[in-house]
Design a binder for this molecule. Structure first.
Ligand code: OXD
Ligand code: MN
Length: 600
């Protein structure tokens, strides 16, 4: 460990025994130490001993509470500040030199002004605290698709979570020293004052500054800030894609595995889909699902023209409420040990508890540490989370560690749409697929502060995460359609269609394999579909619905296409795209107009 005294604040920090030989990194750490004035600096090596001492410290000061060691060995509960439980999109900025480069989809500040504002917040903020330096690698440590970063933080909770969510410590530092470049992420919890909270991105400088929040999406800088906002910008310049997508492998009874990347907005079931367990009949027939990732996907064309994907993360930061033996038995299996829970309730014997958990236990204490009273608040916050290593997942794919990535056969877009949108349809070609992704809509969820259940456009589920102008982003997507490209088929799904009684019409969860089987059939050419102006839909008989009881209303709405509703939807999509002005690619507008014409 590298303890330094306060005097160092006034003179450049000499690299300690654990510091790096990379001058750019030493210089940056020294500069941040002068600005923030910590009592100590700790370079994190990712070792078990380091983790243990951090956990012990957090148990001693109450940052973590130990859960029942018999039922949940080595697992902990963190209760966050009640005003710091979700991402804060209104306080998240993309600071490019030109405002138009950030686009209407982002909040923008000029870089100089943003740095000045952030540096004023950071000034002296680590006095009395330890400053942790976390080298991390997003993606398998030996993959050419991976990228590295260094997060400086004053939160040991962030260090413990980054250890589960990224490849962190000595091997990452070795790669950073070899490559010489890294994303710089500076984070402080500050006073957790919502009035003094900002998450700022400087994609042109590969820099992130986040102040005033300890919540995952705002504070674990490898995740949304680096792997999506900064990486999407970087990917545009380098010819790849950084996406808010899960990746799963589907093995069919013939033993062939197809990989699917699927974009859904936050808290719309990505983790459940990534860990799907097929119904008994499918399992008996030999179907298996392999989990590669549940939230982020980096893809680039390989030599054969296919897109190859890695999951840049090493763990899951999943939404706890609703996770049950029905919705996601694999997630429950991951959570038996070595997990960090944030803002869940606890039982009288200190087991984690959340709404929807079907294990026969009852909560005694809610997420704020008060006696559970359902009239007052739920036991678990709706955006309460678990953090756990991906390696703990029974369905974790060995291919997730493949440095070459996995070849993608299908891209799926989906949102929460109570009406209009059928269960599944296939885009006609890549350009239509890009339009389908660009026009995605979904009802908002508790993953971000603000109203829940409001329908908004969330293109490719990237509204909160695209680090540049959406018009340029759509153009970048379109640019993959080159001669020699062998691109995935593109689909749209809607697991959330409701009937007139307000209830979901599709059972979802494990039964989603029925839809996936059809998609794979479309990829291999064995499944039939009905062509419509909005894309190719399965007829009821084209999907295996054996054992499901679907009403007439359900069948009509899940497999039907409502011309008038789609006409209005396509007009609204056109208005949305045109709002971006002249940067919107003509190819996408032409595609929208083509569909309007074919709707008649
Ligand atoms: C997440 C999110 O945490 O999308 O993955 O908010
Ligand atoms: Mn997400």
């Amino acid at each position: 460990m590298n303890a330094i005294s306060k005097e160092i604040d006034r003179s450049p920090i000499a690299p300690g025994p654990d510091a790096t030989r990379l001058k750019a990194l030493n210089d940056w750490v020294a500069e941040v130490a002068v600005l923030t004035g910590p009592d100590r600096i700790q370079w994190c090596d990712g070792s078990d001993a380091e983790n243990k001492s951090l956990i012990d410290g957090m148990l001693a000061d109450g940052t973590l509470l130990k859960l029942n060691e018999q039922t949940h060995p080595n697992s902990f509960l963190h209760r966050s500040d009640p005003d710091d439980v979700a991402r804060v999109e209104h306080l998240t900025f993309v600071c490019t030199a030109q405002e138009d480069d950030a686009g209407p989809n982002n909040h923008w500040l000029a870089p100089a002004e943003a740095h000045a504002r952030m540096d004023a917040l950071f000034k002296g903020c680590m006095a009395g605290r330890t400053m942790y330096v976390i080298p991390y690698c997003m993606g398998p440590i030996d993959s050419p698709l991976s990228r590295c970063g260094v997060e400086i933080t004053d939160s040991p909770y962030v260090v413990a979570n980054m250890r589960l969510m990224t490849r962190m410590g000595a091997p990452a530092l070795a790669r950073i020293e070899r490559e010489g470049t890294f994303v710089k992420g500076l984070h402080s919890t500050g006073e957790l004052d919502p009035e003094r909270r900002f998450i700022m991105h400087f994609p042109e400088e590969l820099t992130i500054k986040s102040f005033g929040s300890g919540y995952g999406g705002n504070a674990l800088l490898g995740k949304k800030c680096h792997a999506l906002r900064i990486a999407s910008h970087q990917a545009r310049g380098e010819g790849w894609l950084a996406e808010h997508m899960l990746i799963l492998g589907v093995e069919n009874p013939q033993g062939e595995t197809h990989y699917i990347a699927a974009a859904f907005p936050s808290a719309c079931g990505k983790t459940n889909l990534a860990m799907l367990i097929p119904p008994q009949g499918y399992r008996d027939a030999g179907w298996k699902v392999w989990t590669v990732g549940d939230d982020i996907c980096w893809m680039r064309p390989g030599e054969d023209g296919r897109l190859y994907a890695i999951n840049p993360e090493a763990g899951f930061f999943g939404v706890a409420p609703g996770t049950s033996s029905k919705s996601n038995p694999n997630a429950l299996a991951c959570l038996q040990r070595d997990a960090i829970f944030t803002n869940v309730g606890v039982t009288a014997d200190n087991q984690p508890w959340w709404e929807g958990l079907d294990n026969g236990q009852q909560p005694a204490t809610d997420w704020r540490g008060e006696p559970y009273d359902p009239a007052k608040r739920p036991a678990a916050h709706p955006n309460s989370r678990f953090t756990v290593s991906a390696k703990a997942c029974p369905s974790y794919s060995p291919e997730a560690e493949n440095p070459a990535g996995v070849p993608i056969s299908a891209i799926v877009f989906g949102g929460r749409r109570a009406s209009l949108v059928p269960l599944v349809f296939e885009a006609r070609d890549w350009t239509h697929g890009v339009l389908v992704g660009a026009s995605m809509g979904s009802e908002t969820t508790a993953a971000a502060a603000g109203a829940v259940g409001v329908m908004r456009r969330d293109p490719m589920a990237m509204k909160p995460f695209c680090g540049y102008n959406f018009a340029d982003y759509f153009a970048h997507w379109l640019s993959f359609d080159t001669p020699g490209a062998n691109l995935p088929k593109v689909f749209h799904v809607n697991w959330f269609r409701k009937g007139d009684d307000g209830k979901f019409l599709w059972p979802g969860f494990g039964d989603n394999i029925r839809v996936i089987e059809w998609m794979i059939g479309r990829v291999t050419g064995s499944a039939r579909a009905v062509e419509t102006p909005i894309g190719a839909l399965p007829g009821e008989d084209d999907l295996d619905l054996d054992g499901l009881e679907l009403t007439g209303e359900a069948r009509a709405k899940l497999f039907g296409y409502e011309r008038d509703g789609w006409h209005a939807e396509l007009q609204a999509i056109g208005d949305y795209l045109r709002d971006y002005g002249p940067r919107m690619p003509r190819g996408l507008l032409d595609e929208q107009e083509r569909i309007v014409r074919s709707l008649g």
